[in-house]
Design a protein around this ligand. Sequence first.
Ligand SMILES: [Zn+2]
Length: 475
Amino acid sequence: MSALDRVEFHNVSVERALSALGRGGGSLHPGLVSYAQNAVRCYPFSAGPDGTRLVADRHFSVVREERGSQVRELYAWGRRYQSQDGRLREHRFLRFGRAGERERDPAQVALAAFTTACGDGGAWPTPWDTPFLTFRRAPAERVRVAEVGLADGSYQVLFDGSRAEAEAYYARYGRPRVEEILVGDVARPGAACVDCKLLTACSHPPRLPGLLGLTARPAPLRKVSASDLRYYQTCPAQAYLYSLRLPRVNEYGEAAHLGKAVHAWLEDLHRRPDGPPCRVSDLPLIDEDWAAGEWRLAEDAARAGARMLRQHLEICPLLFQETIGEVRVEPDLAFYDTAANAIVLAKPDLLYLDDGSWVWRETKTTQRTWSRDANWIGRYPQLALAIVLLARGALGGDPGGSRVELEILHPEDRDIVLLEPDDPETLALARRTLAELAEPWRADEVFAPRPGANCRTCPVSVWCPQRAKADEGVE
Ligand SMILES: [Zn+2]
């Protein structure tokens, strides 16, 4: 954003802005510099979609509403433009990947359209919790809301209409959400807690000091999941660029793609109202290509996936209806490890309350043989996290019967490996596994690449300056 600001508001050339990014004072990760340079190079700046030239607008568009003693200010994050005569105003959302690769929430589009159409100009307030310094300006006649993809400069129009149409769009899609947010007191703890200025005053997410097994020391707040720790183990730079949510290329190989499809199919089945167990009539036929969510399988992969799903039928957790209480499918969980100063995120495949105790089910697919006695906790750190969370009673319920179930699906076979948090050896291994992964991650402030064979399949290597060296065989 600051490089774009320099070009648009300070008359700095793109080339100078790029080289300033490259210098970066050493404070920016080289992978982020590479991504940001590409983004600035691709960015469409003043070019409108229909050949019109636009002028960048440094001011926010702010609508101020008074409700009794409450004053609220509505505005949208992004970049703002207008035509030379000011009749057209445009709001651009920035996406890390390609424009339009995922649908943007209509409430966001509506809020941007409305504030762009009707808002006063406003400078960002300092400090942040004071009101905007606003000034009156003529409302726009026409409003456009667009999305720009920073990976390739792609551009997509999300709304284009008159001021009245923007107001109507907001009334339909935006206002209900704003009202919901203003009256709602339901907390949804998650990754966003890291950037929330109210975290220390909020009772969410639940505090679990020492969850990662680290001794307390001052450090900036970070978020982390078991997968992040696994990525870190592979390559610190990969973990860091993932955490920034930079676009990934060819993220999933064939086996992972198959696994995602099987997971998505089971997720849909387990989400059904009243949670009936999975039956064969719910599954794709063996000889058909099939898809679940965004995951499409064909030929051999479709057959293998359909067979894996059949193996699930005998071990579906919803078979034992008489003892099962609540079921939570892929819930987003967040905990605050105040010792490590980290928001720890988890997303179990399935949680279910069995006779009053929470059971954490993780499903893995494979086409290889396996040994029940393998070090599953070491192989899958999310199992380690699950065990430690259940041992601390972090989910509530009766901890006595809590357990982790690792469901293994193979086209011809299946297994359930039970991991019990009240088994001292299991718990010790889980704690050790987590601490050994988390310690170097927490201490790292540089996230240097670890170039090697892994670079060839690394989904963010396109942004990594060390990749070239790996390609040349330099370790
Ligand atoms: Zn099932």
